[in-house]
Design a protein around this ligand. Structure first.
Ligand SMILES: NC(=O)c1ccc[n+]([C@@H]2O[C@H](COP(=O)([O-])OP(=O)(O)OC[C@H]3O[C@@H](n4cnc5c(N)ncnc54)[C@H](O)[C@@H]3O)[C@@H](O)[C@H]2O)c1
Length: 256
């Protein structure tokens, strides 16, 4: 059964491109009013313009005032908030011993602090609206050491733990909090880093794609990730909270 989110309002951060855009599309198709929040304001407006009942709001998820105002404007426009998807994220490739602190902080502030701020300000609004669901976007890199993306993997491990803690704190208030943990999906976040991976790992051209094929069969699709997010956002997952749904074609399942 397709999830029905008619009458609900959802915020998706980082929704102008990639996985977030597809999550916003599927939420809109499921009947929700959707706020497309992104640092890329022009693309956010374009995305919202393509969806039914959607609004774009420019927001840098690192900025506490902007995240607070994102939630306040959403509630003022739609009268409440039921679903928050803190999806915005970036990646950067470098060995730990070559990574400078500014690059580390940029990744962790967007991928980890940004998720904290989203939960921090969305949860009270969801509670005031009678309950709802928060779905964070972890990563399979949260589950194992992942060479060259230490800041990203550490931030995602933080997101998975924050998701569980939030689930315990918010259970009594009717707010479920779950994570999806995708493997590799060929969005800009990955494709922009392929050359860096190939150079650092000493792989030939297209060697990274071959590695993905070997480890997870193929790249995942944005549709596959968004479908899982919709499941966790809606009532079909009503007894599910604090969970992490791995979507990685079996990458994390074994050694070979
Ligand atoms: N692509 C993958 O293989 C993969 C795997 C696991 C998890 N993820 C996660 O999925 C999420 C979406 O990534 P994607 O693959 O769609 O990447 P993407 O680069 O296609 O999209 C990321 C979006 O986040 C926005 N963004 C970046 N910095 C921001 C900021 N400071 N404030 C607000 N918005 C900002 C970008 O403008 C963009 O629209 C991320 O959290 C990412 O870590 C992706």
């Amino acid at each position: 059964m397709a999830p029905d989110l008619t009458g609900q309002t959802a915020i998706v951060t980082g929704a102008a491109h990639g996985i977030g855009l597809e999550i916003a599309r599927q939420l809109s198709s499921a009947g929700a009013s959707v706020v497309v929040a992104d640092i890329d304001e022009a693309a956010a407006k374009e995305a919202a313009g393509q969806l039914t009942n959607a609004t774009a709001i420019a927001c840098d998820v690192r900025d506490e005032e902007q995240v607070k105002s994102l939630v306040e404007s959403t509630v003022a426009t739609y009268g409440g908030l039921q679903v928050m998807i803190p999806n915005a994220g970036i990646a950067s490739v470098a060995p730990i011993v070559e990574m400078d602190l500014a690059a580390w902080r940029k990744v962790t502030s967007i991928n980890f602090d940004g998720v904290f701020l989203a939960i921090r300000y969305a949860a009270p609004a969801i509670i005031a609206s009678g309950g709802g669901s928060i779905v964070t976007i972890g990563s399979v890199t949260a589950l194992a050491g992942t060479p060259l993306v230490s800041s990203y993997a550490a931030a995602k491990a933080g997101v998975v733990n924050l998701t569980k803690t939030a689930a315990t704190e918010l259970r009594a208030f009717g707010v479920r909090v779950n994570a999806v943990l995708p493997g590799f999906v060929a969005t800009h976040l990955v494709t922009d880093q392929v050359q860096g991976f190939e150079t650092a790992l000493g792989l030939p051209a297209h060697g990274f794609d071959a590695l993905i094929e070997q480890k997870q069969g193929r790249y995942g699709t944005v549709e596959e990730i968004a479908k899982a997010v919709l499941f966790l956002a809606g009532d079909e997952s009503s007894f599910c909270s604090g969970s992490g749904l791995v979507l990685d074609g079996g990458l994390d399942a074994g050694l070979f």
